[in-house]
Design a protein around this ligand. Structure first.
Ligand SMILES: *Cc1c(COP(=O)(O)O)cnc(C)c1O
Length: 427
């Protein structure tokens, strides 16, 4: 499609947008009384209007039923998390039995390490990407130390080549080959939080299995953003937070995927608690743990129902729309954003450098742009003018026009304000 950088064209794209009606189902923050353009759904997704209702339902049931709400609430609490499996499985390409929701992301990664990072003998190394999200780096380093290893020996980072903005699959595969039978685990962010690059999860998972390592993915920036086929790709485990593209609310619960081949394995270690116990016998308070037959065996505490409520509201919207429609719009709106950036770049004679891969199959919703020659003032200018974007040192803005609630007009308007901001500074 031949794009144009003008208002009429953006409005025409909005008119053709099959998801345009969903914009109205989200609550937008305001600046100077005007709804903002929200390009930070990769950091904290907007609140669906239905979220409050789901929370209220629980508050109401708690008020009216007290403890009886566990069983008698319309959406009973004792099995509240089970309402997620079918729908979430579709989002991540898994079987419902392989998916559950619990805790928060970094906590879940630690818990999954109990099952999937079990170094022994010369097999003790972990492969990850360089400059992984800090929480993942801290998690891995502390796991290595916990098992008695020096992180600088145990952790092998795949590097980008000098002068390049993205990782090359061939380099990841090469590292996997080199580490070989010393590798216990491969854990990488499926979508890189800084550049927006999507890793070839299928190929990397396969290569990891060839050397006998477990392969897990941190899907914080992938869940609800890109197509995932965790079961087809034979991924061992994965976890993601739900407050980014999945719009569940600040700091909210994490989703977990554990491949079915690890369910019901007696010798696989796991930290356990009563919510992972056979649900039919959970309240008999028996001394011996009988695991649930699926990913729920990894559950520990009774579930934080109030936190899960807005996640469920949001997940139902994902289920209604489906990932294919979200991805269709995502590809178009991200391509339009890329085009608008290139046009503005020419007009202001700046030198933007888009560091996100140009290929649709190697990126999701996020475009990261190096604003050479511009400083943090431009970020402040955008924010002051009601355009929420994300700033990362040294000079990168991350833009994520989430397909659920961003419009093509948002993209056009963003370009205009960006242009004013840069030209205004030069005057
Ligand atoms: C957002 C993000 C996190 C955040 O972890 P929490 O435990 O939810 O605070 C961790 N890892 C990655 C890769 C992320 O993008």
């Amino acid at each position: 499609m031949q794009f144009e950088n003008n208002r009429e064209f953006a409005l025409k794209l909005d008119a053709e947008d099959e998801l345009s009606k969903y914009r109205d189902q989200f609550i937008f923050p305001k600046v100077d009384g005007k709804e903002v353009i929200y390009f930070v759904g990769n950091s904290l997704g907007l609140q669906p209007k239905s979220a409050g209702k789901y929370v209220d339902e629980i508050m109401q049931a708690w008020a009216e039923l007290g403890v009886e709400g566990h069983f008698k609430a319309e959406k009973s609490w004792w099995d509240y998390h089970e309402r997620f499996a079918d729908k979430l499985a579709k989002v991540v390409g898994a079987k419902p039995s392989e998916v559950t929701v619990m805790n928060t992301l970094t906590v879940n990664l630690h818990l999954l390490m109990v099952s999937f990072y079990r170094p022994s003998g010369k097999r003790f190394k972990i492969i990850c990407e360089e400059k992984a999200f800090p929480s993942d780096q801290y998690m891995l380093a502390s796991q290595a130390r916990f098992h008695g290893y020096d992180p600088s020996e145990a952790i092998v980072e795949v590097k980008k080549r000098n002068g390049e903005n993205n990782f090359r699959t061939e380099d990841v595969l090469q590292t996997i080959k080199e580490v070989g039978e010393e590798c216990a685990l491969i854990l990488i962010g499926g979508v890189n939080y800084y550049s927006g690059q999507v890793f070839d999860m299928q190929k990397i998972t396969e290569a990891g299995h060839e050397i006998g390592a477990f392969v897990g993915w941190d899907l914080a920036h992938a869940a609800g953003n890109i197509e995932l086929k965790l079961n087809d790709w034979k991924v061992d485990f994965a976890a993601w937070c739900s407050y980014k593209y999945m719009n569940s609310g600040p700091g909210n619960a994490s989703g977990c995927y554990i491949n079915e081949k690890y369910h019901n394995l007696k010798d696989l270690p796991r930290f356990e608690g009563w919510w992972g116990h056979n649900k039919k016998r959970r309240f008999l308070m028996e001394p011996e743990f009988q695991p649930e037959p699926d990913a729920n065996a990894w559950q520990i505490s009774n579930v934080p129902v109030l936190a899960l409520a807005p996640y469920l509201a949001s997940l139902e919207m994902f289920d209604e729309v489906g990932m294919p429609a979200l991805i269709r719009k995502r590809n178009k709106i991200v391509a339009y954003l890329e085009f608008v950036l290139q046009e503005i770049d020419k007009e202001v004679e700046s030198s933007f450098e888009i560091i996100t891969p140009p290929d649709q199959n190697e990126r999701g919703t996020q475009i990261s742009v190096f604003l050479h020659g511009e400083g943090k003032e431009i970020f402040n200018y955008l924010m002051k003018n009601g355009i929420f974007v994300d700033w990362r040192e040294p000079n990168v803005i991350r833009l994520a026009p989430a397909p659920f609630y961003c419009s093509f007009s948002d993209v056009f308007n963003f370009g205009q304000v960006l242009k004013q901001g840069i030209l205004g500074k030069k005057e």
